[in-house]
Design a protein around this ligand. Structure first.
Ligand code: ATP
Length: 140
């Protein structure tokens, strides 16, 4: 087993994850980042995308993550996200509906702020669909 560090993943609703991990991989706004123990202290802005963590038993877990922030200190990483879901908790019908709504909205003429919001909505929905189909226990 590699060296571990403590990861907390918080959303406005709950503590989504808290525990020792070997690695965390997330989508930062300027590309994917992988955090290992001993990573230099830093803050990343996160985009909607897949979150992958390897816990201290060597088990890999995946989740759909919204945008947010990741703060890394010497022996801790804290992610603050708008939302996060495990594959088995994702409601595919709801995500498909959100995806359709976002696509329809993006076809309309709109100001930049609405465009960014609709784009984020589309990315959240697409991430949920992708994480649920790739990693749901029902598919393994
Ligand atoms: P919707 O339009 O369907 O609400 P959304 O992207 O606007 O989608 P969020 O604001 O990102 O939704 O999330 C609100 C809450 O609902 C969060 O707790 C999130 O985890 C949960 N959630 C959103 N979509 C889904 C889904 N498809 N399956 C399970 N939980 C979801």
């Amino acid at each position: 087993m590699g060296k571990t560090f403590h990861l907390s993943v918080l959303t406005p609703e709950h503590e989504f994850y808290s525990g020792a991990v070997e690695t965390v991989r997330v989508a930062a706004t300027d590309g994917e980042v992988c955090i290992l123990a001993g990573h230099a202290p830093t803050v990343y802005a996160l985009a909607e995308g897949e979150l992958t963590l390897r816990d201290d038993t060597g088990r890999t877990r995946w989740a759909a993550a919204s945008d947010g922030f990741l703060t890394v200190t010497q022996d801790r990483a804290v992610m603050m996200l708008q939302s996060a879901e495990w594959p088995e908790d994702i409601d595919r019908v709801r995500a498909e509906r959100a995806e359709r709504r976002a696509k329809e909205a993006l076809l309309q003429k709109q100001d930049r702020q609405s465009y960014m919001m609709n784009q984020a909505m589309l990315l959240r929905a697409m991430t949920r669909l992708s994480v649920s189909s790739k990693h749901s226990v029902n598919n393994q």
